[in-house]
Ligand binder design. Structure first.
Ligand code: C2E
Ligand code: CA
Ligand code: CA
Ligand code: CA
Length: 277
């Protein structure tokens, strides 16, 4: 902000100025957040209707800001990317997710799949393949229990060699999911170039489901999944009717507020201890 004179601020839009200050504060706070241990992972269950149990969990980042309270990632992930902080954050998320998975394994919860969201920047600078495999080894967690979520936009711009890295991760036994599937511009050809293992049906498609009826988009996605031998996870399931409709459309694994909101590990532990849902 240029302070040319005493009354200079009169010529600024006060709202814009406030916004600018908030942004600078946010940036500084974000730089310190890791060191001050302000990040936390919440976990949202993925439920198999057929098995009537939790088969996986998506790790979702939360920032316990000292003043603003718990912040969701949509408000700060992009800023972290712009500041070049996302690599460190992703490393922390992977580490935390693996440690938690290892913890649940010692408590007798085997075979759970942990899904971690990656940023496009994670494929740029660091060697994501060795970061992931080393983290799994360190915590003695089988690669088959780790799933990384990427987006269609990361598949379109392949300057960072995302395809080769996805192939290497898959060769190491790690699952890879396409997040928000169907909302981007992915062509079917990408599914050959990127040997992913899971399609996550975006919640915008689930939201439109009202009762057991046919739905061309979801039918098409389940058809693609069958053709390429991929798993499907439906996101954003909020109502029993949507779960029923999805089941009839051939989708078994679901995630959404209807089953459970993202929650801290302690709460998830009590859900895992229930014999069946
Ligand atoms: P996403 O990967 O699509 O995650 C699903 C989002 O939908 C989560 O929001 C989740 O809380 C929310 N959600 C789950 N079930 C329902 C439902 O039934 N209805 C509705 N309306 N929403 C539901 P959240 O936690 O705020 O995360 C937002 C986005 O931030 C995520 O979208 C993901 O793209 C990103 N993100 C989250 N954690 C991380 C992370 O550790 N690293 C990176 N790079 N991105 C992350
Ligand atoms: Ca996700
Ligand atoms: Ca998603
Ligand atoms: Ca999303």
């Amino acid at each position: 902000v240029k302070r040319s004179g005493k009354n200079a601020f009169r010529f600024f839009d006060p709202a814009l100025n406030t916004h600018h200050r908030e942004r600078i504060t946010l940036e500084n706070d974000l730089r310190n957040a890791l060191g001050r241990a302000e990040f936390e992972l919440h976990y949202q269950p993925q439920v198999s209707l057929a098995q009537r149990r939790i088969v996986g969990l998506e790790a979702l980042l939360r920032w316990n800001h000292p003043v603003l309270g718990s912040l969701g990632p949509s408000g700060f992930i992009q800023v972290a990317e712009e500041l070049g902080l996302i690599g460190e954050i992703s490393t922390w998320v992977l580490e935390q997710a693996c440690a938690q998975l290892a913890q649940w394994r010692t408590e007798g919860h085997d075979g759970l799949r942990m899904s971690v969201n990656l940023s496009p920047f994670d494929f740029d600078k660091r060697d994501i393949v060795s970061s992931v495999t080393e983290c799994l080894e360190r915590h003695d967690v089988p690669a088959s229990q780790m799933e990384l979520e990427i987006t269609e936009s990361m598949m379109m711009n392949d300057s960072a060699g995302v395809a080769a890295k996805v192939r290497a991760l898959r060769a190491a036994g790690v699952s890879v999911a396409i997040d928000d599937f169907g909302t981007g511009y992915s062509a079917l050809a990408y599914l050959q170039k990127f040997p992913v293992s899971t399609l996550k049906i975006d919640r915008s498609f689930v939201r439109d489901l009202e009762g057991p009826m046919t739905n061309p988009i979801i039918s098409a996605i389940t058809g693609i999944a069958r053709g390429f031998d991929l798993d499907i996870v439906a996101e954003g399931v909020e109502q029993a009717e949507q779960a029923e409709a999805l089941q009839m459309l051939g989708c078994d694994i679901m995630q959404g507020y209807y089953f459970a909101r993202p929650a801290p590990a302690a709460e998830v532990r009590s859900w895992l201890q229930q014999p069946s849902m």
